[in-house]
Design a protein around this ligand. Structure first.
Ligand SMILES: Cc1ncc(COP(=O)(O)O)c(C=O)c1O
Length: 438
């Protein structure tokens, strides 16, 4: 593999990237192991973001690498339309086990965006299968991120992601976001204030009538918008209201799934059970693209009473790709063998203490932590939103730490296998960056 600078960087139109700025000042990664990347100049870069929230077990896990190599040599592709292969079924059973059998079935996709669109379509088709086909309205939340498909974009609530793409899906409403710096700044875990924001669902129900509403979708912890942790009791209240009105509750666990909060899923952490749950990223430790929608048995079973034939006209060529299944099976094994959830739990307090020690540094206006996640919000430069955090991101990379920024918020989500010395290195270097930021 090429470990040198590419001859030209012009042809690759990079996603979610300031292409012109990047190509003038590139950051190129050429290898990864454990908690570190290595860049093209041979510098080590500590991974404070698990890539893009997707490498919970750390890089280059031997079991996962070996499983992928073996499966490619054995079964490079197999369709899952009207046929299958054993690994897809074995993985599904093991995933049910990983949820403690709170879910009955799993549908494979290739990304979080596809998982979200799949879950939204399942919700619509579920109501129709039960004779309530008029339940078509979907409810998302302001500042929510549910990927970039038209469904996910429509229920998503980040203005910058939506503004260029027309009217999106009709029949979508948004709950208010839960960010409230005046009341909730510098919290560890769930903030005290804001449970009442879930009651806004009643307002939407009053407007449209519950009989027209299919589903509510939220991220249990909103990640891409800059780490918004649900207020105490908020998710339970949403669950109660959805139950009262026959509305499905979908948790988008694309970043919170697979241990980010030290439990298998955020649903376990918050003790709230959604009807459908979307996942991706950590499912294969980021090694091979894969997403999955977890379904409660009653959702799935509603489809199985239809006349004989295909029950759900939906799926992807690569749903349950054998190599992705092999990676996911090996990821689950790695979680078990290396006790990764227990290790993450043991680091949680130390992590939170380290993050909150940044309070008082220049420009820092809020710090919020939960599980192995941190959001550090900076005051924006007047008239240049996002510029301060982006400058921090670039300097941090130059200093050997990978952080993620969104707007003026630094979002941290390291591999769950990190040790105290990595936390020390990450926040030692980040403090230096913040002290020298304009
Ligand atoms: C909550 C959530 N949903 C969906 C997605 C989209 O996932 P993907 O980029 O794999 O399509 C993301 C990606 O960050 C996410 O954070």
């Amino acid at each position: 593999m090429n470990q040198e600078r590419p001859a030209s960087m012009s042809a690759f139109w990079m996603p979610f990237t300031n292409n012109r700025d990047f190509k003038a000042h590139p950051r190129l990664l050429v290898s990864a192991d454990g908690m570190y990347y290595k860049d093209v100049d041979g510098n080590r870069v500590l991974d404070g973001a698990a890539g893009l929230w997707c490498v919970p077990c750390g890089h280059n896990q031997p079991k996962i690498v070996a499983a992928v190599r073996e499966m490619i040599g054995q079964l490079d592709f197999a369709p899952t339309f009207q046929m299958g292969h054993p690994a897809a079924f074995d993985l599904a059973e093991q995933l049910m086990e990983f949820t403690n059998h709170k879910f009955g079935h799993v549908f494979y996709t290739n990304s979080g965006s596809e998982a979200v669109d799949t879950a939204l379509k399942m919700a619509l088709a579920y109501h129709r299968a039960r004779g309530e086909g008029q339940r078509t309205r979907l409810i998302g939340r302001e500042r929510g991120y549910h990927g970039v498909g038209f469904g996910g974009l429509s229920v998503g609530g980040i203005g910058g992601n939506r503004k260029s793409f027309g009217p999106l899906l009709p029949g979508v409403d948004h709950l208010p976001h839960t960010h409230n710096l005046a009341l909730n700044a510098y919290t560890r875990g769930e903030p005290e204030h804001g449970v009442n924001l879930a009651d806004e669902l009643e307002r939407i129900v009053a407007l449209h009538d519950a009989s027209n509403i299919a589903a509510v979708i939220v991220e249990p912890v909103a990640g891409s918008t800059g780490v918004l942790i649900p207020p105490k009791g908020y998710l339970k209240r949403l669950r109660e209201l959805c139950d009262r009105h026959g509305i499905l509750l979908i948790f988008d666990e694309v970043i919170t799934g697979f241990g980010r909060l030290t439990t298998p899923f955020a649903a376990d952490y918050f003790e709230v059970e959604p009807d459908l749950m979307t996942t991706a990223k950590g499912l294969t430790n980021g090694v091979i693209p894969m997403g999955a929608v977890f379904s409660k048995a009653h959702i799935h079973d509603a489809f199985m009473n239809a006349p004989a034939g295909i029950e759900l006209f939906h799926g992807y060529t690569y749903s349950g790709h054998p190599v992705a299944c092999a990676a996911a099976l090996a990821t689950l094994e790695t979680f078990r063998e290396q006790n990764i959830l227990a290790h993450a739990a043991s680091m949680q307090q130390y992590w939170a203490d380290a993050v909150h020690s940044l309070k008082g540094l220049p420009h820092v206006i809020d710090i919020r932590t939960i599980g192995l996640i941190a959001g550090i919000e900076l005051a924006p430069i007047a008239g240049k939103p996002g510029a301060r955090a982006f400058a921090a991101f670039k300097q941090a990379f130059a200093d050997g730490i990978l952080i993620r920024v969104t707007g003026d918020i630094i979002a941290l989500s390291p591999p769950l296998v990190l040790e105290k010395q990595h936390i020390g290195e990450l926040f030692g270097k980040l403090a230096t960056v913040l002290k020298h930021l304009d």
